[in-house]
Design a binder for this molecule. Structure first.
Ligand code: UD1
Length: 421
């Protein structure tokens, strides 16, 4: 397994291009299953999770090819051959469950493995199941697989979600596009990736209103057609690189960045003493003189502070002046980066879903281990600001969600390299 070596202390200056959103692309790709006509996605990120979804869709009989070096995905599902998402693929990536809704809608059946445990929490599927059952699906759990069928076809219904789950909203939204009648999703997730999916589905002929609000209304249609859609900017990659100057000083312009994607996050960055400016090409961030200031953070569904930026924010607060309190409310076990940061000299007290971080002057480089996707990038950021050398091992997590991280960071002055094991 590869490691990444970071030598801390270099100021960062320059531009970083932000890719299309992994999480949007992972929902847009299964939308191809809803139509016999081709779906073309542009601005796709080049990530291992996208290759995993490609393999899954191909295993169902869809044709998916990566063009322009992976930035364009051309998909077509005119002749599906299977409705089964195998454990071997699903266990690698929970987002594989996003084929459930589209397969049910198009084929009237789906067999999808339960994802199993995941490093950051239990992540059950109950909200997805309840939502699809309200549309008339019959779902049983056998041999670790959800066996879903819609004997009489899916029918539009009122679908209140007990929690605004991103994946469940996406699954039921896709299923409802081909259901008979009207579906009203209540307490829907409002993330920009849901808006992006709804916009793409509308290009495919779906009738959807209210995306980006808590109530989404879908009027089912008989069939969807082909479309071309550009994947929205990755707000998590954006937020990650916006944090970099807080660790190193300097000024970074994130190309393609948009304030509406990172509102709650930007408020916290400004409170911590970073200066953010909208430019013609994106968002520019610089650190005011001195250490950042402590801030308190609570993770929440969009438009709140995203859980996917909590690890990176914690790494930054390790050298802020004062004590910060971070509360993780989305996942029950998402502080695995904390003990690794403590190996670099951070002062963190964990208690349940709360972390109290007392800033120290400087972190010191150390060998650390990446435990999940966002944790791994938080350790790289910490290494950029630390004294000496940080070696981050198990970086395969990183490749799931960050394209060309070493290239993007070294282009703005970071001393970072990948070492193959
Ligand atoms: C998506 C994102 C992930 C992000 C998360 C929260 C993708 C591919 N992944 O994950 O990066 O961290 O949103 O913003 O888009 N839950 C249940 N039952 C369910 C479904 C979810 O209890 O049926 C719980 C989960 O365990 C978790 C919480 O709800 O505690 C949020 O999960 P959800 O919004 O569904 O996240 P994902 O769609 O899996």
């Amino acid at each position: 397994m590869d490691s990444i070596i970071v030598r801390g202390g270099a100021e960062l200056n320059g531009q970083i291009p932000i890719a299309g959103a992994k999480n949007a692309c992972l929902a847009l790709m299964p939308a191809t299953l809803l139509s016999e006509e081709p779906l073309t996605l542009t601005n796709a990120p080049r990530l291992s999770d996208i290759r995993t979804m490609t393999t899954l869709l191909q295993s169902l009989g869809a044709e998916v090819s990566a063009l322009a070096g992976g930035k364009v995905l051309a998909a077509s599902s005119h002749g599906l051959t299977s409705s089964r998402a195998d454990y071997e693929i699903v266990r690698k990536m929970r987002a594989s469950n996003l084929v459930l809704g589209p397969l049910l809608a198009r084929e009237g059946q789906a067999v999808v493995s339960l994802p199993g445990g995941c490093a950051i929490g239990a992540r059950p599927m109950d909200i997805h199941i309840d939502a699809l059952e309200r549309l008339g699906a019959v779902i049983d759990l056998r041999d670790g697989y959800l066996h879903a069928s819609a004997p009489a076809g899916l029918r539009g219904a009122r679908v209140p979600l007990r929690f605004a789950s991103v994946g469940a909203t996406e699954n039921v939204l896709m299923a409802a596009t081909l259901a008979k009648g009207t579906t009203i999703i209540e307490n829907a997730a409002r993330e920009p990736e849901i808006v992006d999916l709804a916009q793409c589905l509308r290009k495919m002929g779906a009738q959807i209103e209210g995306e980006g609000t808590a109530t989404i209304t879908v009027q089912g249609v008989d069939r969807l057609h082909g479309a071309t859609h550009a994947v929205v900017t990755d707000r998590i990659e954006l937020g990650t690189y916006m944090l970099a100057p807080a660790f190193t000083g300097g000024e970074i312009e994130c190309l393609g960045g948009r304030l509406d994607l990172v509102g709650a996050f930007v408020e916290k960055l400004e409170a911590a003493g970073l200066e953010i400016e909208e430019t013609e090409r994106g968002l520019k961030v610089r650190r005011a003189a001195g250490r950042p200031r402590a801030v308190n953070v609570v993770t929440e569904p969009f438009p709140g502070f995203p859980t996917d930026l909590q690890a990176q924010m914690m790494a930054m607060l390790c050298t802020a002046e004062g004590t910060s309190v971070l509360e993780e409310r989305i996942f029950e076990n998402r502080f695995m980066h904390a003990p690794e940061l403590m190996r670099m000299g951070a002062r963190i007290d964990l208690s349940g879903g709360t972390a109290r971080v007392t800033g120290v002057e400087r972190l010191r480089g150390a060998p650390v281990m990446a435990t999940d996707l966002r944790a791994s990038v938080s350790l790289i950021l910490a290494g950029l600001g630390a004294e000496g050398e940080t070696v981050v091992s198990r970086v395969y997590h990183l490749d799931r969600g960050y394209e060309q991280v070493e290239q993007k960071l070294s282009a703005v002055g970071a001393r970072i390299e990948r070492v193959a094991a």
